[in-house]
Ligand binder design. Structure first.
Ligand SMILES: Nc1ncnc2c1ncn2[C@@H]1O[C@H](COP(=O)(O)OP(=O)(O)OP(=O)(O)O)[C@@H](O)[C@H]1O
Length: 255
């Protein structure tokens, strides 16, 4: 279980998150939504070690996440994507996925590597994991293209593949569908659905495209101004007047 208890984050004395408490059940997919600036990315940042909390705890299967370094958190089997794809320029898509899984994945890939001493074998293991992850999101045809030559949507898919290639048990996806065409987004939703169903994976998904989000999640937590505004099933959240008021109103019609 992922458990956030009274997590608080301040930036220069201004509260970005205040006493945020919620849980994500093992092997479930939770959607985290809310208006711009509500603190969604800040939560992922704190839980993945790039933002320091000012109070509270975030634990995964009982192990502390918030307050640790990103590499320590990655070693606990936690993977993430960023709001911006952050691929390394000058490297191919495949190389980006391989490097990402090498840096991040200590649970699946890395332990597999430890059992195979020769460095060539190491590279083969990384490559195989990268190819499998790229295949899972229909991105394998991009393998040998330079990352800077990819469209925004393609870069996004490669970033998702990079997070999957590390073999995470807990995955934070920060707006994976941003910049995708309608067709790419629909395909990614199908791909992720299949992936989640066949892997031992707990997922926290931040996404403004609510059609995409609602097709993947079983529960939703709504943030508003750094606090939990509501929590429930997709149907319950859609019908919650406070959520409609704060977020789902005119500008955010459910697609
Ligand atoms: N590094 C930072 N320094 C100062 N303030 C920050 C920093 N990162 C985020 N904030 C502020 O913290 C608040 C929460 O931002 P955050 O990006 O977490 O919101 P969000 O819900 O992810 O928004 P969006 O949907 O627009 O991505 C905002 O007021 C933002 O301006």
């Amino acid at each position: 279980m992922l458990e956030s208890r009274y997590l608080s984050v301040e930036f220069g004395g201004v509260a970005a998150l205040a006493d945020v408490t919620f849980t994500v059940a093992e092997r479930s997919v939770l959607g985290l939504i809310g208006p711009n600036g509500a603190g969604k990315s800040t939560f992922i940042g704190a839980a993945s070690g790039v933002v320091l909390p000012s109070g509270g705890t975030v634990t995964w299967r009982g192990a502390t996440l918030a307050g640790k370094r990103p590499d320590q958190i990655a070693r606990l089997g936690v993977g993430r994507t960023f709001q911006h794809a952050r691929l390394f320029p000058g490297l191919t898509a495949l190389e980006n996925v391989m490097i990402g899984s090498h840096l991040a994945g200590r649970s699946g890939v890395f332990s597999a590597m430890l059992r195979i001493p020769r460095w060539r074998k190491d590279e083969e293991v990384l490559r195989a994991a990268a190819v499998e992850a790229m295949e899972a999101v229909h991105a394998l045809h991009l393998a040998h293209r330079l990352s800077e030559d990819l469209t925004a949507g393609q870069q996004r898919l490669v970033a998702v593949a990079r997070a999957l290639a590390g073999g995470p048990s807990l995955l934070f996806l920060d707006e994976p569908a941003a910049g995708l065409t309608d067709a790419e987004r629909e395909l990614l939703a199908e791909d992720l659905k299949g992936y989640f169903a066949t892997h031992d994976l707990t997922v926290l998904l931040v996404e403004h495209n609510l059609g995409f989000l609602m097709s993947l999640v079983s529960r939703i937590v709504v943030f508003d101004r750094g606090a939990v505004l509501a929590e429930g099933t997709p149907a319950g959240i859609r019908a919650d007047p406070a959520v409609v008021d704060a977020y789902l109103g005119a500008d955010h019609a459910v697609r």
